[in-house]
Design a protein around this ligand. Structure first.
Ligand SMILES: [Zn+2]
Ligand SMILES: [Zn+2]
Length: 169
């Protein structure tokens, strides 16, 4: 049972790590004008999320090949549990990234899991070379693109219900 749980967690964690790394690379390539530059420039102009569901679709559909290949590899090399863990990790990543993107466009103060809401600041500061992370800021720190900005977290905590008050559809 312990092995199954460990394999499941290993698959989950790997998928999460891969998802956040791909997110960083793709966003950086957009700014290098290599990939989907026009669409991304439009997004910067509009400065809005599309709603959680549409965001989820945009994160999840392109990651389907990664999900299938990764899950198959984990299944073959380790176990069924590891394969399932990887697939679940991809799903969890896409759902969380969609939420992180939407919330940082609507109410960045809710972004409690990072010292500063990097994606909000990326837009707000019209950054073209910094803060490419959306769900996490790890990869910006690893690759030297993290930019600390003067940003105050509001003193008063927002009620739990505000975490649900985003555009979902
Ligand atoms: Zn951008
Ligand atoms: Zn954005």
């Amino acid at each position: 049972m312990l092995t199954i749980t460990l394999h499941l967690l290993l698959g989950l964690a790997t998928a999460f790590l891969v998802g956040t790394l791909v997110e960083y690379i793709v966003h950086r390539l957009m700014h290098a004008r290599i990939f989907l530059y026009k669409i991304h420039a439009q997004h910067h102009q509009a400065n809005q999320g599309q709603g959680w569901l549409m965001e989820f679709k945009d994160y999840f559909l392109p990651s389907l090949p990664v999900l299938l290949i990764g899950a198959a590899l984990f299944w073959l090399l380790l176990s069924v549990a590891a394969g399932i863990g990887f697939a679940l990790g991809c799903l969890f990543y896409a759902a969380a990234a969609a939420y992180a993107h939407q919330v940082q466009h609507e109410n960045p103060d809710l972004c409690f899991w990072m010292p500063q809401p990097v994606h909000h600041l990326h837009h707000h500061g019209k950054m073209w070379h910094h803060n490419f992370g959306i769900l996490v800021d790890w990869w910006d720190r690893v690759f030297g693109t993290y930019k600390k900005v003067e940003w105050e977290r509001p003193e008063r905590k927002q009620p739990l219900s505000s975490y649900f008050k985003i555009k979902w559809f």
